[in-house]
Design a binder for this molecule. Structure first.
Ligand code: ZN
Length: 385
């Protein structure tokens, strides 16, 4: 069973051979067995079993949202309102969600993850990374990664999100738990290990302890780094060859150099700065230095309750000085690189058929028309959503 998408006004392939977004105008694309089988000029499209007329619109790879926290219960709208009235964001707000999440049933948590992944798919997101981190006991964290693994493409064990209230100030004891029994319970369901390395959460030595133990258990590292302050987290991510250092809001020159000379992707989460009224990370500085930049939502009930990659693109272009092409690349191919995935984030033959038909003639409209729904159709692994 093959499907041809014809009459594509602008096809964004992210083919490195073509450079930039690898744009092909007046194009067609053929899907077969869940993968992209062919791309090229419309006039040369091979015959297929069914056809979808894109009517001159733009077609992009599905967004790759490489950073999200979806296993939670409850919401924190009042905290957001208070913040907008002047209260500062602090890492401790996570504990509010921990209480609600622990009290929720498996079915409630599963329904929440499904609801958000569906919401993302309706906006063109076809690959989702999902973290644990609101359970913070062995059983609760195991439950979170198990439920995430049922529904998300990529699962991250984030037991070291915050020290739970019952540990008081004994961060060392909780770090030990997160590096031993909790890790052992979670590792079978996860591919990644992550730590919130920040003042008020875990310091660099504690983060290193958890990440090294995670690597021993077969997981790959990624890191919440330099969100609220400058610190050692970005350099720790590079030291451990983490797939990505996420946030990167406060960077020293040494941090930028370290990222630029490594395989570690700088994942920027502009929705967080928007929702916490913090200064945006300097994407231009990273790009000009030669670092690889990804954009992701960080969708979570506290610091950014948005699942919209298009919103991230618009903010990145308007306030972080990325070009529309750079922002779209970072939200697709950049996200794939941050997850070390080669099958998504591009539309060249052999890629997973994750396809986003925009209700617009060009990718530029994602930044040009902020806040406007522009998703016309979505395929994930060759199946129309
Ligand atoms: Zn996060």
């Amino acid at each position: 069973m093959s499907t041809a998408i014809v009459n594509i006004g602008e096809l964004v392939t992210n083919d490195p051979a073509l450079g930039g977004l690898g744009i092909v105008d007046d194009a067609a694309l053929v899907i077969e067995d869940g993968s992209v089988a062919w791309t090229g000029p419309s006039s040369k499209a091979p015959a297929a079993d069914t056809a979808f007329d894109a009517a001159g619109r733009a077609v992009l790879p599905g967004f790759v949202d490489s950073h999200a926290h979806l296993v939670f219960a409850g919401e924190r709208a009042e905290e957001f309102a208070a913040r907008m009235s002047g209260r500062k964001y602090a890492a401790g707000g996570i504990r509010t969600t921990v209480e609600r999440t622990r009290a929720a049933s498996d079915d409630d948590l599963r329904a929440n993850v499904r609801r958000l992944i569906d919401e993302m798919a309706r906006q063109g997101t076809t690959t989702v990374e999902c973290k644990s981190g609101y359970g913070l006991t062995v059983d609760q964290e195991e439950r979170a990664v198990r439920i995430a693994a049922e529904l998300a493409d990529e699962v991250t064990y984030l037991g070291a999100h915050i020290v739970p209230a019952e540990y008081g100030n004994d961060t060392a004891a909780y770090t030990h738990l997160a590096s031993t029994d909790m890790l052992a319970a979670c590792a079978p369901h996860a591919r990644w290990v992550d730590v919130f390395c920040e003042r008020g959460a875990f310091d660099a030595d504690q983060a290193r302890e958890v990440l090294r133990a995670g690597v021993e258990a077969g997981l790959s590292p990624r890191l919440h780094a330099n969100q609220l302050t400058q610190g050692p987290a970005v350099r720790l991510a590079v030291e451990l060859d983490a797939a990505s250092a996420d946030h990167c809001t406060f960077l020293s020159d040494a941090d930028v150099d370290a990222l630029a000379s490594s395989e570690t992707v700088a994942t920027l989460l502009p929705g967080v700065e928007f929702s916490t009224r913090q200064p945006y990370p300097d994407a231009r500085r990273l790009l000009d230095a030669g670092a690889t930049v990804a954009l992701a939502t960080d969708c979570n009930p506290g610091s950014c309750y948005s699942s919209s990659m298009a919103f991230c693109i618009a903010v990145a272009v308007r306030d972080m000085h990325m070009t529309p092409a750079e922002a779209v690349w970072s939200a697709t191919a950049g996200g794939a690189q941050a997850l070390r995935r080669t099958d998504v984030g591009h539309l060249t033959p052999g890629a997973r058929a994750d396809i986003h038909v925009l209700d617009a003639p060009s990718h530029i409209h994602l930044a040009y028309r902020p806040g406007v729904p522009q998703t016309a159709a979505v395929w994930k692994a060759g199946r129309q959503v």
